[in-house]
Design a protein around this ligand. Structure first.
Ligand SMILES: [Ca+2]
Length: 357
């Protein structure tokens, strides 16, 4: 019986101890859980910031960053919604970063494409002929070219895409005017520097410039065509098989030959040399006398603009724009082999690469 009472006492004692341990374990568990929640809530009150470096470009690493931020695995399990928000934030940040870099790359690609096209045009489109070859349906109009490999800025010129197959680069132009025409038009009584660099505008009267002429006509072989109109609205033309000018150090000396056409030859020496031929002459203006006359400066004496004067010339296509009065001589825009001392209403000098067939 004593043994029985002892056994019962031991059993009850063991049972009480076991209950004590269970209660302590539960209290400890709740204590840990509560402490963890406080830490998590404290972190949640802080502003949300996720620092993403450029190397954080894979989602698993981003998720890892978010778990560390959330304070541990246990809390992440309890707050998986918040952690999910953080992952989405991180992915949005990466998306923004990638978009920004894509935009930057796109801008750089566009810049390279633009430069490539510019270089390509410079190499492939030197003049109106190149445009016509690439696009046979191209119409008359103003186009931009880099006229030589050193060209920094594109230069605007008028292209004649119709006359005799087109592809003509206009180097000089005087548009037809009427007496009652009060609109502005370019003056051609200019100094040497203006004739060097060019003046006027491609959609109106203009002179392309001796430096540009030198660059163009020394890069390939050109033919020259001159279109003329008088005040009776008659037309004529002069065609030369070969045309080029030398550079500044050679006084922009003119070389032109191989005449054909309806206007007569007022430039070359094909038939006979005389004191008015332009071929072989240097360029002169009122302030730069390089003509062959020892007595006068042709340009300033006759007031006829810049030209390849001899003593003096059969042509003044850069003379002042004067209207022809019936029966009177007119010193202005002249082509003597066609209309002698009558002033002309319109002129157009244009060049095209010689085609070797
Ligand atoms: Ca002289």
């Amino acid at each position: 019986m004593k043994i029985s009472i002892l056994n019962t006492s031991i059993f009850l004692t063991v049972l009480l101890c076991l209950e004590f341990f269970i209660v302590s374990a539960e209290q400890n568990h709740h204590s840990v859980k509560k402490k963890g929640r406080r830490n998590f809530e404290k972190k949640q009150r802080e502003p949300r910031k996720i620092r993403i470096s450029k190397s954080d470009n894979d989602v698993s690493r981003l998720a890892e960053n978010v778990i560390v931020y959330a304070g541990g695995e246990e809390l992440l399990l309890e707050s998986n919604i918040n952690a999910g928000d953080n992952i989405i934030d991180a992915i949005v940040n990466v998306y923004d970063l990638l978009s920004e870099r894509m935009d930057s790359l796109q801008n750089r690609v566009s810049a390279v494409e633009h430069k490539t096209k510019e270089i390509s045009d410079r190499l492939n489109h030197m003049d109106c002929y190149d445009v016509k070859i690439e696009n046979p349906l191209a119409m008359d109009g103003v186009f931009s070219f880099h006229l030589d490999y050193k060209g920094k800025r594109p230069i605007k010129v008028y292209c004649d895409m119709i006359t005799e197959g087109g592809g003509w680069t206009v180097i000089q132009q005087r548009l037809p005017r009427e007496k009652n025409d009060t609109s502005f038009y370019t003056g051609f009584l200019r100094n040497f520097h203006d004739y060097q660099v060019g003046f006027g505008s491609a959609d109106n009267d203009y002179w392309l410039g001796l430096d540009n002429l030198y660059s163009l006509t020394n890069s390939r072989q050109y033919e020259l065509r001159i279109e003329l109109g008088d005040f009776a609205n008659k037309k004529a033309h002069a065609h030369y098989k070969r045309f080029y000018v030398e550079g500044e150090s050679q006084g922009y000396r003119l070389h032109v030959n191989g005449y054909s056409g309806s206007a007569g030859d007022s430039l070359s020496t094909d038939r006979e040399y005389d004191n008015f031929t332009a071929d072989g002459m240097l360029f002169s203006t009122f302030d730069e006398d390089h003509d062959t006359s020892t007595e006068i400066n042709c340009s300033s004496f006759w007031n006829i603009g810049g030209w390849w004067f001899n003593r003096c010339s059969w042509a003044n296509l850069n003379g002042p724009y004067n209207f022809q009065e019936e029966g009177e001589d007119c010193i202005g825009v002249n082509w003597h082999k066609w209309r002698n001392k009558q002033c002309l209403k319109s002129t157009k000098m244009m060049i095209r690469p010689v085609r070797h067939s």
